[in-house]
Ligand binder design. Structure first.
Ligand code: C2O
Ligand code: CU
Length: 443
């Protein structure tokens, strides 16, 4: 897709400058001083993006590309990212979604830093947490419902310290987004708001890293091949088995790693609610596949094999917090609007859960409204315990976004192991700005 043009950056590739050789084990235990293992520069600016359909989007982007550059790092590395704000009047920050960084690097304006003014810069510096291998993303957290919608996001892939070790796999990231052009929504894979065609030779292994940067869930089918979900929110599935004939759901902010071996013929990934948005992959990029219709929804809680975990739904938790999500009309920020509430309250009036370092915490989410609420806790991964009273029976599921669909009740647990002041909010960012946010604090 060479069609994106930036008024600001001729050739800023945004790629990593490798500052050093691979981190050694001793380096991993050293403090976060000294030269970083990798340096990146992210420049936020305005640009006009041409979608595959030809629609023009007034976008805000990092380094003149949408999505922004993919940041590939390895666990344990010390990384340094310089954020430069070249927007004419908006302030920005960067949040590392799914990466359990130390609190000071979390990128939340007014909580962990001041937003970066136009013309300003800010340097993030953190060691990539061990165990956070996988598909993650970054996005602005300032006025995030507007800034993420406009394009201030990109993917962040964390590789194992020793590298992926599967160089012949075709490894590609696709961010599922909704772009707005002249008031119209365009559901897109990257900037392809219609069927995008790729050519990949038969027999090649493929890993697609799907990231939903859009505010609403994506439902899709994969036809023409069987496939496996090998990771969710970056966390590996234990013992994944081949799937076909199901509809997958991925909520806002969530990620799936999908793997398959290229068949001789075409395969197609289709969004069930925007049938012409999708990917057609075949050995020569041609062909057609009829998308499956009315397929049963796939239930991730029964997928894969159980494995021993530090805790499960039978464990004794040190504290339990219960949250009910609903909506009502009311006043917010001075205007009469539709509010998204947590226990009847809107941010910052939602009571703050307070935990102590080391405690085992349970959160219970009830969705009494008619829309989905993908709840995202910063700085931690939660383990899914029960859905509608039924325990997770398949692979243990560690997530940083919990898709609480209408009428559902979820219980999730986490170890309070990352002290700081954190956000927990709906990743339908329109809900977040209309009240559905809270803090998580350490005592
Ligand atoms: Cu991906 Cu608080 O956000
Ligand atoms: Cu919500």
């Amino acid at each position: 897709h060479g069609s994106a043009q930036s008024p600001f950056f001729g050739d800023a590739p945004g790629s990593a400058e490798r500052a050093d050789d691979a981190a050694s084990v001793t380096e991993l235990t050293e403090p976060d001083t000294g030269p970083p293992d990798r340096r990146f520069r992210l420049e936020a600016g305005e640009m006009t993006v041409r979608l595959a359909s030809g629609a023009l989007v007034d976008a805000w982007a990092f380094n003149g590309q949408v999505p922004g550059p993919e940041l590939r790092v390895r666990e344990g590395e010390l990384i340094e990212v310089t954020l430069v704000n070249r927007l004419p009047s908006a302030e920005v920050t960067v949040h590392w979604h799914g990466v359990d960084v130390p609190n000071a690097a979390d990128g939340v304006p007014g909580v962990t830093q001041d937003a970066v003014r136009p013309g300003g810069t800010y340097t993030y510096r953190f060691r990539v947490p061990m165990g956070d291998v996988g598909t993650h993303w970054y996005h602005s957290h300032q006025a995030s419902s507007e800034q993420v919608r406009r394009g201030l996001f990109g993917s962040m892939i964390i590789e194992p310290a020793a590298g992926l070790g599967d160089e012949d796999i075709v490894d590609r990231t696709v961010m599922l987004h909704t772009w707005q052009s002249q008031g119209r929504d365009h559901r897109a894979f990257g900037i392809a708001d219609r069927l995008d065609r790729w050519a990949i030779p038969a027999g090649r292994k493929v890993r697609l890293r799907l990231v939903v940067s859009a505010p609403t869930p994506r439902f899709f089918t994969i036809d023409g091949t069987s496939f496996m979900i090998t990771a969710v929110d970056g966390n590996p599935i234990n013992g994944p088995t081949p799937l076909s004939g199901v509809r997958l759901m991925l909520g806002a902010g969530g990620r799936y790693d999908i793997e398959f071996t290229m068949p001789d013929g075409p395969l197609r990934i289709t969004e069930s609610e925007a049938m012409d948005a999708g990917l057609l992959i075949s050995p020569d990029g041609t062909g057609e596949v009829t998308p499956g219709r009315n397929l049963p929804d796939f239930d991730l809680t029964t997928y894969g094999k159980p494995a021993a975990t530090e805790f499960d739904h039978t464990s004794r938790f040190d504290r339990t917090f219960t949250y009910v999500f609903d909506n009502r009309p009311g006043f917010y920020n001075g205007s009469f609007t539709f509010l998204w509430t947590i226990n009847g309250k809107v941010f910052p009036d939602v009571p703050t859960p307070v935990v102590r370092e080391g405690e085992l915490i349970k959160l219970r989410f009830f969705n009494r409204s008619r829309l989905d609420h993908p709840m995202h806790l910063h700085g931690h991964h939660v383990q899914l315990l029960t859905r509608n009273g039924r325990p997770v029976t398949g692979s243990p599921l560690r997530r940083d976004v919990v898709d609480v669909q209408q009428g559902e009740v979820w219980e999730v647990g986490f170890r309070a192991d990352n002290p700081g002041a954190w956000m927990d909010h709906c990743h339908n960012l329109l809900h977040a700005v209309a009240g559905q946010m809270m803090h998580l604090m350490y005592d």
